[in-house]
Design a protein around this ligand. Sequence first.
Ligand code: TXA
Ligand code: MG
Length: 344
Amino acid sequence: MQTEVARTDTELVTNDTVREAVGLLQQGDVVALPTETVYGLGADALDPDAVEKIFKAKERPHFDPLIVHLPNKTAIEKVAEIPDEIAKPVRQLVETFWPGPLTIVLPRKPIVPDIVTGGLPTVAVRQCEHPIFHRIIRNFDGPIAAPSANLFGKISPTSAQAVLDQMSGRIPLVVDGGACARGLESTIVKIIPGENKPTIEVLRPGPITEVDLKKFGKVVFPQKNVDVEESAPEAPGMLANHYAPATPLRLMEKPEDFVPESGTRYALLSYRGQPKDGFIDLYPWDEVAVLSPGSGRVAEAGIRFFHVVGQLDQLNVDEIIAEPVPDRGVGKAILDKLRKAAVK
Ligand code: TXA
Ligand code: MG
């Protein structure tokens, strides 16, 4: 299969592209689409044969469920049940963060095929903020199942080129909507009713942070070390060994922990690129890539993370040594990915 890339730089091209993408979705095919987080691989969420093509293209195990993207806020009622006990916080989260990078796990409705939820009694839903995605889903007028457009376990793509690098020949179309504004996958939450206020369990940290969420409930980060071998974990994005570049990657908590082996070529993934952090001058690195040049802002590091790791991965060094980033805000999501990338 030849993979076409549809550029979307002019209004005219965009109209043709939207039509083409919607046509493919309607005929039960998969299309790579830009979102504000990472590129997604979309298909008609209500058509099990179409969704099967996503699993095939990604080589994804069937126990790992997909996120359902909604054409509008009210479509949530079509695919999910909203229990009365959590109706208020769900409404507040939807009103505050949609369209945007927040995915909510809710009891599913029978209309959602088993293949989408991996047989779980729940469905993960979000409304995407990207204008091109928005136009496509509005014209398609139905829910779109879309995981990140990478091969299972590999790093997520934040540009059309990064999609092609992994998906060329596997899918008919990549809609190029430019670089993703957030660069990290959506925050996934589950809401547990509480006496005074609900608990918001963060199943996957992402661009919507603890500070953003805590107005709406008690925020907790359950520490579940789900293993790849287990079936149907609650959020298999929490699987160990995920987001891995081909090059081995190690998160180095402290500069003193680094003991280089002779004859080994190392690249440094630096947070701020500043000598005072203790990593830059530690070793004559083959390459140094900086996540947040100068400013040291976790949000910037998040936007650049997958892109920069992807670039380092092309260099054929023996190992990537990653500096830690601050464990706050979007930094939590970056650390989560670094820890998973580092699992052998
Ligand atoms: O930002 C995003 O969320 C991107 C864009 C494309 O929307 N999508 C994305 O999808 O990251 P994916 O499939 O790569 O990650 C979805 C995660 C998986 O870890 C999956 O296990 C989890 O969501 N998930 C899906 N349904 C779930 C459910 N019912 N309960 C718990 N976790 C679920
Ligand atoms: Mg993914």
